[in-house]
Each structure stands twice: as structure tokens, then as C-alpha cells.
Design a protein around this ligand. Structure first.
Ligand SMILES: [Zn+2]
Length: 440
């Protein structure tokens, strides 16, 4: 019986991953060891990489058994060996802000077309491709922050990945997200025309609590809220907004989520959205184009995460300005100033891209170059996408570093990411849980 189940698992993984899969050499008991020999290894935390390292992985558990100096232990290993002796190995990358059910939404028309002309079923099929792309780019774990009108499809995608039905990263999902009436697309249609919305609309603390309960019951790991909208730059340069929820509503959402041991991610791009989110005790601030110094202090003191999503802001700015919202161009410069102030204030920063807000044909690893351009060191940017991101997800015991006891999520690149972080846009080896999903 056990044997049959074990084989089932291996067959599933092998088939879905495709011909690139390297199966473990098996001993008679079913357990085996896979060795990955790296020219250099960065473990996800240290200041520097270590040369010539061998990683031993126990299969079928897919966990790292040992990380050892390769020169010392050369020879004598029985099992499958993967030669990455000309590459730098790193922990599998983690993107803490994605939308696998979205295909880019520079303009309202792009967004409306997806919700009006594509069924949730079709969007889910496309999302399976996006999940596979994310994994092939090297993102072995993602936090997907709402389905943009595709209901609970993200919970099903996660289930299909976990069951070995389709390839994809480990996922934490937010399902439908929350906003108030009149604040979220689709908007601008005649009052007598019923249109879908990209979120679950709630008004008042009681409705908000009910929606949180509902979303958690259908598989939400995170509760996502949209805390502000309608951005404009004040004369003093501060990015102002219209806060969506009242503080009472926001507090009810966070209280209900925390009561059920779930965390809250807040889309907050400007002054009031960020401030109210912190007052209500959310766990992560998404985008944060403008954050007041006092709020940065609060974030640093309480350990609230900042997920800046820099690249997408630059990517959508021109198109949105041309569509009549020039504020998006100004927001890029304001964002850079905030990002630099956040680093100085000691705020915890995690890597997140808003992939799906731009087309999945673009590698989300582009974010690394933007973080470094705005003053972050390459090693800190890489930590943001590995050990720090794992901490944000509460998965630091499983992923985010390459060390004994962790899941064998490993990527590799040629070149030195410490001197040129953009080499992370060319990940050519990806292993998830000890199974190779990409090898060039
Ligand atoms: Zn987003």
C-alpha cells in the first residue's frame, strides 16, 4: 500500500514536470539521495557565496539532508548527481505579490476585457500557464494577492499544484480581496447594467467580518484589502488619496482575520491608506508609493512588512498617463524617495512584483534591478526574495534558505548576482522539493 502511494507520487511529479525531470536513484527501501554540486552557493542569508558546495537531498521527501564543502567530500557518493559546478546556486526565489489570474492591466480597457469577455474557467486555464512560467523563472513560492474577479480559482490552482496535477510554485492565496462599494473596477457602466467586480464589495464592519469568514472558509490564506484609491500629488509633494474603508471597517477585517489566525495584506499606495492600515494593524503594506516618516517608524517598530512592487509602477506609468492619469508618472519618483527612506528607517522589505499587473511573458525578476537602482545592495535585494520573503509568509522553517532540514527549492544562474543582480533574470536551473523543473 505505502509503496503504491509512493510510486503514485513519483509518477505524477515526473509526468507533469516533463522530460527535464531528473528522477532520484532509488534504494530498495524507496529512499534515495540526490546530490547537487554547485560552483558556488549563496544560502539566502550570508553576506557572500561559498565556493564549491555539495547539497545532499533526501528523496522522496525532497528535503536537504546536508550542505557540505564539495572538495572535502569528493567521491564516494552513491546516488544521482546534478552538476552545477559552473553556476551559482541560491534558494528558490519567492515573489510575495502576484496575480496568476491576471494578464496585465495598464488601462481600464485591458482590465474590463478580462472580466467581461473571459470566463473564470478560461482565465483559470491561462493561470495554469502563468503558474508554470513563475516556476520556470525560478519562483518556487509565491503569495498570490487576489484573483481579480475570478472567485476562488486561486485556491483550486494551489490544490492542483499540491496534488501534482499541474506544475507550479508553492502558493499562499488571498482569493477575492475586499473593497467598498464604488471603489473598485468594473466602474463607469450604467446603473442598470450589472457588471462583475474585481473584488468582494463590503460595507460596514459586520459585512466585512462575514466576508472574511467566507473567504477563509473557501481557502484564503491571506485577507487582501484595498485601503485607498484616487491618487493625487499635493503641493508639498505628498501623495494623497481617498481612503476606502472607514477605520471601523478596516479594524473589523483585521480583527476577524487575526482571530482566525490569518494575516492581512493591504494595498496602500498613499498617505491615508497606509496610515489607516497601520492603525488597523495590518501585516503587510503593498506598493506603498508614499509612506510618511512617522508611519515608516511605526512599521519598523512593529515589524510590518513593506512590499514595494517597484517595476510594475514604472511599467504601467506611461500607458496610464496617456489614458488620462498623469499622476502615475509622478508616483514613480515619489516611490523611489519612499523606498530609500524605508531602508534608512529600518523597515522590513520583502520582494514582490505584482506580476499579472504586467504580462506574465515578462520575468518578474526584473524587480531586482529596480531595487538595486534605488539604492539596495544586491545581497539585500536577494534576501528580500528568499529568507525575508519566507519570514513574511511564515514559511521560514521550510523555504527561503539552503540548509539542512529545509525543502530542496534551489535555483542556479551563471554569472555573479553579487556584482550584477540582473543575472537573476536568467535562471537556468530550477528545483522544487528535490525535483528538477528546469535545466538548460
Ligand atoms: Zn497587486
Amino acid at each position: 500500500m505505502m509503496r503504491a502511494i509512493w510510486w503514485g507520487g513519483v509518477v505524477l511529479t515526473g509526468v507533469t514536470i516533463g522530460s527535464a525531470g531528473v528522477s532520484a536513484a532509488q534504494s530498495q527501501t524507496g529512499a534515495s539521495t540526490v546530490y547537487v554540486e554547485c560552483g558556488a552557493l549563496w544560502d539566502g542569508k550570508a553576506e557572500k557565496a561559498v565556493a564549491q558546495v555539495r547539497i545532499a537531498i533526501t528523496m522522496p521527501e525532497g528535503k536537504i539532508a546536508a550542505v557540505e564543502s564539495h572538495a572535502k567530500n569528493m567521491g564516494g557518493a552513491s546516488g544521482t548527481t546534478i552538476d552545477l559546478s559552473h553556476e551559482t546556486c541560491l534558494p528558490g526565489l519567492i515573489d510575495t505579490h502576484t496575480h496568476v489570474l491576471l494578464q496585465g492591466d495598464i488601462t481600464a480597457a485591458d482590465y474590463d476585457a478580462q472580466l467581461l469577455k473571459e470566463s473564470p474557467e478560461y482565465r483559470t486555464i491561462v493561470a495554469t500557464q502563468n503558474a508554470r512560467r513563475a516556476l520556470e523563472y525560478g519562483f518556487t513560492t509565491i503569495r498570490d494577492l487576489e484573483t481579480e474577479g475570478a472567485g476562488y480559482a486561486d485556491a483550486d490552482l494551489k490544490k492542483a499544484i499540491n496534488n501534482g496535477v499541474i506544475p507550479g510554485p508553492r502558493m499562499q492565496v488571498a482569493t477575492r480581496a475586499l473593497d467598498v462599494t464604488g471603489a473598485y473596477p468594473l466602474q463607469g457602466y450604467a446603473p442598470n447594467v450589472a457588471v462583475p467586480h474585481g473584488v468582494q464589495l463590503v460595507d460596514g464592519p459586520e459585512q466585512a467580518r462575514q466576508a472574511v469568514r467566507e473567504q477563509i472558509s473557501y481557502g484564503a490564506d491571506w485577507i487582501k484589502v484595498y485601503s485607498d484609491r484616487s491618487y493625487f500629488v499635493r503641493e508639498d509633494g505628498v501623495l494623497d488619496d481617498v481612503p476606502t474603508f472607514t477605520l471601523d471597517e478596516l479594524r473589523a477585517i483585521v480583527d476577524e482575520a487575526h482571530r482566525e489566525r490569518h494575516k492581512v495584506a493591504s494595498h496602500a499606495m498613499a498617505l491615508h491608506g497606509v496610515h489607516n492600515s497601520l492603525e488597523a494593524r495590518v501585516d503587510t503594506i503593498e506598493h506603498g508609493n508614499y509612506i510618511a516618516d512617522e508611519d515608516l517608524k511605526t512599521m519598523a517598530a512593529r515589524g510590518v512588512w513593506y512590499v514595494p512592487t517597484i517595476f510594475v509602477g514604472d511599467y504601467v506609468a506611461k500607458g496610464r498617463a496617456e489614458a488620462g492619469a498623469p499622476v502615475w508618472l509622478k508616483m514613480v519618483g515619489i516611490h523611489e524617495d519612499t523606498f530609500r527612506r524605508a531602508m534608512k528607517a529600518g523597515v522590513k522589505i520583502a520582494f514582490g512584483t505584482d506580476a499579472g499587473g504586467f504580462d506574465w511573458g515578462i520575468d518578474p525578476a526584473k524587480e531586482f534591478g529596480y531595487m538595486v537602482k534605488w539604492g539596495m545592495t544586491p545581497v539585500r535585494a536577494m534576501r528580500a526574495a528568499t529568507s525575508s520573503a519566507a519570514e513574511l509568509l511564515g514559511m521560514q522553517d521550510q523555504v527561503g534558505t539552503v540548509e539542512a532540514g529545509k525543502l530542496a527549492d534551489i535555483v542556479a544562474v551563471t554569472g555573479d548576482p553579487f556584482s550584477d543582480v540582473t543575472v537573476l533574470e536568467k535562471v537556468d536551473f530550477v528545483m522544487k522539493g528535490g525535483v528538477v523543473v528546469r535545466k538548460r
